[in-house]
Design a protein around this ligand. Structure first.
Ligand code: 13P
Ligand code: SF4
Length: 306
């Protein structure tokens, strides 16, 4: 393991590379990253870095976003198969045809979608700026929200605005069990429940705090409470423990009864694959300039509002 860490450091210097990682990555990857963040912070960082190479430890749509913002940089990811069930739940052709039923609507797409979906959108949002983005639109503007129906319906109720929702979801967040969560709350009455808004409504109704990965980490580490039930991918607990090691972080069980909600896509990335990506500069994210420019517009609109 120490060999892999030092090899990554060496290759990083040789390539003038920067390593970006999402909080759902394995702890080892988090520890070797130059910058960690939620989807918004990662996009913002990717836009301003002056490295020649971005090694993006996350999933495909995140790396694609970095490429859209940095056409002249080499953007590589450890494993090209690291996709996202939520992004996959909106196939471009189906989405294009569906949009035809809703003329005169503004399309807000959650960043967890492909470049093709971004290109069909008017504005992008993440879990940390979605409310602000929606509220930036005039009250009478008709809105489509895609692809996450749970996040969409959570926002719609919170803001008090009707939106047409695409029927997509995240396979990690939709399988938390309400029954098991209630049992856990009974066993740990002092625990605060911290949930990601990609969870279903029946789960979110039990949450004390609902927010992006960064918001949940910030809350857990700054709260005067010392015990938490974490209802998102458990990768966030590594950062929580690093900042506040004496607190207790319990992982919420899923419908199979186990606390094993690791994202199978995020977890495809490994230190070995990072070494290989830095050595070969593959796999790379590539796309046509036409698609990139179309996807860039709604992303820039989001960044200017964030
Ligand atoms: P955030 O880190 O932006 O909260 O997103 C979570 C997520 O599901 C990423 O795939
Ligand atoms: Fe996609 Fe869900 Fe994994 Fe996030 S946790 S990358 S939304 S499948």
């Amino acid at each position: 393991m120490p060999d892999l860490f030092s090899r990554i450091e060496q290759l990083k210097k040789e390539r003038n590379a920067v390593i970006l990682a999402h909080f759902y990555q394995d702890p080892d990857i988090q520890d070797v990253a130059d910058f960690m963040g939620d989807s918004l912070a990662l996009a913002q960082y990717a836009k301003k870095t002056d490295a020649d190479v971005i090694l993006f430890c996350g999933v495909h749509f995140m790396c694609e976003t970095a490429k859209i913002l940095n056409p002249n940089k080499t953007v590589i990811l450890p494993d090209l198969d690291a996709g996202c069930s939520l992004a996959d739940s909106a196939p471009p052709e189906k989405f294009r045809n569906w949009l035809k039923h809703y003329p005169n609507h503004t399309v807000i797409s959650y960043i967890n979608c492909s470049a093709e979906i971004k290109a069909m959108s008017d504005i992008i949002c993440t879990s940390s700026n979605a409310e602000k983005i929606i509220n930036s639109l005039p009250k009478d503007e008709k809105i489509i929200f895609a692809p996450d129906r749970f996040l969409g319906s959570f926002l719609s109720k919170k803001i008090g605005r009707e939106m047409v929702l695409w029927d997509g979801s995240c396979q990690v967040h939709e399988i938390f069990s309400e029954r098991e969560l209630i049992k856990m709350k009974v066993r740990h009455p002092n625990a605060e429940v911290l949930a990601h808004p990609e969870c279903q409504e029946n789960i979110l109704q039990h949450a004390d705090v609902i927010g992006s990965t960064t918001a949940l980490i910030n809350h857990a580490t700054s709260s005067s409470n010392d015990i938490f039930i974490i209802v998102t991918e458990p990768g966030v607990i590594h950062q929580m423990k690093k900042i506040s090691p004496l607190k207790t972080y319990l992982t919420a069980p899923n419908q199979e009864g186990c606390s094993c909600n690791e994202c199978p896509h995020m977890r495809l990335n490994t230190l070995e694959k990072m070494v290989s990506a830095l050595e070969t500069l593959e796999p790379q994210i590539k796309m046509s300039e036409e698609l990139r420019l179309k996807a860039l517009k709604p992303l820039e609109r989001m960044l200017s509002l964030s």
